[in-house]
Design a protein around this ligand. Structure first.
Ligand SMILES: *Cc1c(COP(=O)(O)O)cnc(C)c1O
Length: 419
């Protein structure tokens, strides 16, 4: 079980809503700090542990800054994310660029910042050299393909667009060595929103074995092995959070067994967790505008898919509580909807909740990662504000809500003087 708690008392939230109208996402600084500390603690045995926070989860410089303060760097997948990192004071090899189908300007910016570049394809070596030059430290993203068939842990890497095959990987290190690169890392990302500890240990074994082979066959002593992100969170109250201590200890054993027997016990462990750092530390707060009773009972919110895509996109579960009715009996069944002209704009379908009244405030849980970040403007819907609940209990506006002017700012209206 994972208890679904909202850290702000009702009266306080109502004050916040007076100042910042709903909908908005609010993030809990204390919880974010606790999440990164727990991750670092699980790997305290490693000679070096690096967390590159996956910026795409919550691309806000204030959040990156908090994580930086706890020792994290960033994992960037676009030019904008590189610029956000820089704005938050994360530069140099604290940044890892893990992008795919990468345009030249991303490579150039990453080189300017002194980032570690993690290539998604063997053909990118020449492209990178031509367009930006080689970085001091280069990494490759491994895709194990069907080499691990029969496992029920990793999905189907053969179907994933990411990474290099095993043969390409060895060839790629060789090519990069010829081009004068001297410092290397190794990366993979084969699991997503995974709750089973074994999945992470399995991935680590695969990667440590590969690191030892790279040493044997190419003489390359890797500086780090990056195990990717993908640490899941219990979106459903009946799910258990990942036991990070068990993951850390399992990976420690694999590290000692595999890398230990090859004299490679100075290799740093890196991860690029996004969801597990910020996901459970964020909530989408929304007000009930309408109730509609047809063939079903619909609760219409002032938030919509533009603020949180996951339910519509993945059928994902997000827990919902009704402010002030946390203890009330969940004896009503509702579809909780947004206002988009899309029938999948629903935060919950057939959800048992207490009786809801118009004007009630609904708190949608676990929206801190891949929530606001995925927002879009379809139907002319505007993206919400983001607030930070600071450790001292005060709130800070860390992104204002979009306005119609923002939405129209790229248009050229007929007859207008806009250019
Ligand atoms: C999305 C992504 C992550 C973060 O994944 P989480 O599920 O948020 O931990 C890390 N690395 C890469 C390459 C990604 O694409």
């Amino acid at each position: 079980m994972s208890e679904k708690i909202f850290p702000i008392p009702r009266e306080r939230l109502q004050e916040i809503i007076q100042k910042y109208p709903t909908p908005f996402h609010i993030y809990d600084e204390k919880a974010i700090r606790e999440n990164i500390r727990a991750l670092r603690h699980a790997f305290r045995w490693a000679p070096e542990f690096r967390e590159h926070f996956a910026v795409k989860a919550t691309p806000n410089p204030r959040i990156i800054e908090i994580l930086k303060d706890e020792g994290a760097g960033t994992d960037c997948s676009s030019l904008a994310e590189l610029v956000l990192s820089e704005a938050a004071g994360v530069t140099g090899e604290s940044i890892m660029l893990t992008s795919n189908d990468t345009p030249a300007d991303e490579f150039q910016k990453a080189i300017d910042l002194g980032a570690v570049i993690n290539l998604d394809d063997i053909s990118h070596i020449d492209y990178l050299e031509q367009h930006a030059g080689m970085p001091k430290c280069l990494s490759f993203r491994y895709n194990p393909g069907n080499l691990i068939e029969g496992n029920d842990i990793i999905g189907k890497p053969m179907e994933a667009k990411y990474g290099l095959t095993r043969d390409q990987l060895f060839e790629a290190y060789r090519m990069a060595q010829e081009k004068g690169v001297k410092r290397f890392g190794l990366h993979t990302m084969v699991i997503s929103n995974e709750l089973r500890s074994d999945a992470f240990i399995y991935t680590a074994k695969l990667m440590f074995t590969l690191a030892a082979e790279i040493k044997e066959k190419l003489g390359i002593h890797l500086e780090f092995v990056n195990l990717g992100g993908g640490i899941g969170i219990p979106y459903r109250p009946e799910e258990e959070p990942v036991d990070l201590e068990a993951v850390g200890q399992g990976i420690r054993e694999a590290y000692n067994d595999i890398l230990g027997s090859h004299g490679l016990t100075d290799i740093a462990i890196a991860m690029e967790s996004g969801r597990a750092m910020t996901g459970p530390a964020g909530w989408l707060v929304s007000t009930v505008l309408h109730e509609k009773k047809t063939y079903k009972d619909y609760i219409g919110l002032d938030a919509c898919m533009a603020n949180l895509m996951r339910p519509a996109m993945y059928g994902a579960y997000h827990h919902i509580t009704v402010l002030g009715k946390e203890k009330a009996l969940a004896d009503h069944v509702y579809d909780v909807t947004g206002s988009l002209c899309e029938n999948n704009d629903k935060f919950a379908i057939d959800r048992k909740l207490p009786e809801i009244d118009i004007g009630d405030v609904l708190v949608i849980h676990d929206t801190g990662a891949h929530g606001h970040a995925m927002g879009f403007n379809y139907n002319g819907k505007l993206r919400s504000a983001e607030l930070l609940l600071r450790e001292d209990g005060t709130t800070e506006l860390i992104r204002r809500a979009e306005t119609l002017d923002d939405y129209f700012s790229t248009l050229k209206f007929p007859g207008s003087l806009m250019i």
